[in-house]
Ligand binder design. Structure first.
Ligand code: 0L1
Ligand code: MG
Length: 262
C-alpha cells in the first residue's frame, strides 16, 4: 500500500460526503498518483465501514465495467467491484430523486441471487450457475462522484464503482430456465426502445462476472455469501437520465423492471 491509514480515512470521508451531498469532485489520483489497487479498495472498504457504522445494511455486491461497451465508454480495460447498500434500493416502478444525485446514468443488468456461498480462487461459470438461486432483470443507476464522469480505474474503485441506486424485479427465473448468453434485453426510456443487447456482452456470459468477483474477493480472504444479490454489470453503455424520464428494462423470458426519475 502506498497511502497511510489516515489518508485512506480522509479520502473515504471526502468521497462519501460527495455522494451524500450530491457534490462532484476531481479524481483522487490527481492528488495521489502513486496510489495502488489495495489503496483503492481500502478507501472503498472505509466508505463501507462508515455506512455500516451509521446503521446502513449492505444488501449486495456489484461488478462494474464488465462489458466492452462500458470499458470503451470509460476508457478502461478491467472490471471492478463494489457494494450496494439498503438506501440505494428503489422499489419496482418506484421513484428515484435526481436531486439526490449528481449526474445519474442507467445500466441494464442481470442480477443474481446466490443460494450457496461462492469462494475463489478458481471460481468459474459452472460453480456460479450451481450456486445461483435465481436471476432477474435489474437497472443500476450509477452516479460517479467525479466531475463529468472523468476518472481512472483506481479512482472509481475508491468511489465504490459509482454505485448510487438500483432496482431489481421482473420475473425471477432459475438459471436452468434461461440461456444467459443469448438472452436478449431492451432498454426503454419514456416508452422508446433506446438500447439493445444480449447477456454475452458481459464477459461472454454474465456468470463470468460473478466468478471474477468471487476470485477477486478470495485474494482478500473473503467470499460471496449465500443469499447475496449481485449486479453483474451493464450489458450496454450507460445512458444519462433526467427528471421526468421513465426507464424500463425488458429481459427475454424474465419480464420487465422499471423506475421513474423525479
Ligand atoms: O457499474 C458500472 O459498470 C460502473 C462502474 C464504474 C464506472 C462508471 O461510473 O461508469
Ligand atoms: Mg453497473
Amino acid at each position: 500500500m502506498k497511502i497511510d491509514q489516515g489518508t485512506i480515512e480522509r479520502l473515504a470521508a471526502h468521497l462519501e460526503s460527495c455522494e451524500l451531498e450530491a457534490r462532484d469532485t476531481g479524481k483522487i489520483t490527481d492528488e495521489y498518483p502513486d496510489m495502488d489497487w489495495d489503496d483503492a479498495y481500502a478507501i472503498q472498504d472505509a466508505i463501507r465501514q462508515r455506512k455500516v457504522g451509521r446503521g446502513c445494511r449492505i444488501v449486495g455486491l456489484k461488478a462494474g465495467l464488465t462489458s466492452h461497451a462500458k470499458m470503451k465508454q470509460m476508457g478502461v480495460e478491467t472490471p471492478c467491484f463494489g457494494f450496494i447498500a439498503d438506501y440505494m434500493a428503489v422499489p419496482e416502478g418506484g421513484e428515484c430523486k435526481v436531486a439526490e444525485l449528481i449526474h445519474p446514468k442507467v445500466e441494464p443488468e442481470i442480477a443474481f441471487v446466490t443460494k450457496h456461498a461462492l469462494r475463489g480462487p478458481g471460481c468459474h461459470i459452472g460453480a456460479v450457475l450451481a450456486a445461483t438461486d435465481f436471476v432477474m432483470p435489474g437497472i443500476e443507476v450509477i452516479d460517479s462522484r467525479y466531475r463529468d464522469f472523468k476518472f481512472d480505474l483506481k479512482s472509481v474503485i475508491a468511489d465504490n464503482t459509482s454505485a448510487a441506486r438500483f432496482v431489481v424485479g421482473g420475473r425471477p427465473v432459475a438459471v436452468s430456465e434461461v440461456d444467459l448468453r443469448t438472452v436478449g434485453i431492451v432498454l426503454e426510456v419514456n416508452g422508446e426502445a433506446v438500447s439493445f443487447g444480449a447477456g454475452a456482452a458481459v464477459l461472454g456470459h454474465p456468470a463470468a462476472a460473478i466468478a471474477m468477483l468471487a476470485n477477486h474477493l478470495a485474494k482478500r480472504g473473503e467470499e460471496i455469501p449465500a443469499g447475496s444479490l449481485i449486479l453483474s454489470g451493464g450489458i450496454t453503455e450507460a445512458l444519462a437520465v433526467k427528471a421526468g424520464d421513465a426507464v424500463t428494462l425488458r429481459v427475454q423470458g424474465m419480464g420487465s423492471v422499471g423506475l421513474r426519475f423525479v
